[in-house]
Design a protein around this ligand. Structure first.
Ligand SMILES: [Zn+2]
Length: 93
């Protein structure tokens, strides 16, 4: 019997996700399990989460940096990541 790598599922919607640790904040970011290639582009239409957990605007290409789409969960109280950052910004304001 084939054993595949242990999968992670979103606790809120039950979809398969991956976690990428954001090196700058130490928080883990939920992303879609499928990785893709992108190049950073300030005019890009999409946001990619790089392997270092940093979010970059860019566009999808055949060959480039490895990135993931953030898991935008409809079921998740999805303000957690942003509001933490906002709260910290407010702390320092
Ligand atoms: Zn979800």
């Amino acid at each position: 019997m084939m054993r595949t790598k242990k999968k992670t599922y979103c606790a809120f919607c039950g979809k398969e996700i991956r976690w990428i640790r954001d090196k700058s904040s130490g928080k883990s970011v939920p992303v879609e399990p499928r990785c893709m290639c992108f190049i950073p582009d300030p005019n890009g239409q999409q946001i990619f989460i790089g392997l270092d957990g940093g979010a970059r605007r860019g566009r999808e290409v055949q060959d480039g940096l490895i990135g993931y789409h953030r898991h935008n969960c409809a079921m998740m109280p999805c303000h957690t990541i942003l509001s933490d950052k906002e709260a910290r910004n407010r702390c320092w304001a």
